[in-house]
Design a protein around this ligand. Structure first.
Ligand SMILES: [Zn+2]
Ligand SMILES: [Zn+2]
Length: 135
């Protein structure tokens, strides 16, 4: 049964998950800032084997501080950034929450890579923060 659906701006690239995300977070790393041209990324991670991706992808590869390769995958037509994949987490796929469709509700549980955070971005009180990644 499909529970969560996402797609890019033009609709060519589609994502489906049969389960809720295992983790949702706000990532402040410079790679996310660069890929999204935004101050931070709101990402929900799903188990790879409970998801389906359809459509043509392009990707931009980064080298994470952990020395693992990490990439942001986007639609090769409209260039909407959709996914965050990392060698360090081969069984997980990160999906940009901005592309997830209702009834999905965003509930990030922590902020990561806070050491890269832009000074003007304020983190609400009472939410966990990690200087680097979680693992
Ligand atoms: Zn597209
Ligand atoms: Zn990031």
């Amino acid at each position: 049964m499909v529970k969560v659906v996402a797609s890019c701006q033009c609709g060519q690239l589609k994502f489906e998950a049969s389960s809720e995300p295992v983790l949702e977070l706000i990532c402040h790393c410079i790679d996310c800032q660069d890929a999204l041209q935004a101050d931070f990324a709101n990402i929900a991670f799903f188990k790879m084997d409970e998801t389906l991706v359809e459509g043509e992808l392009a990707e931009k590869v980064y080298l994470a501080a952990s020395d693992n390769e990490t990439c942001r995958q986007y639609c090769d037509q409209c260039e909407t950034v959709m996914f965050d994949r990392s060698e360090g987490f081969p069984n997980l796929i990160g999906v940009m929450v901005s592309q997830l469709q209702p009834p999905f509700e965003s509930h990030p549980v922590c902020h990561v890579h806070v050491s890269d955070k832009k000074a003007e971005v304020k983190i609400p009180e009472g939410i966990k923060q990690y200087e680097a990644g979680i693992s």
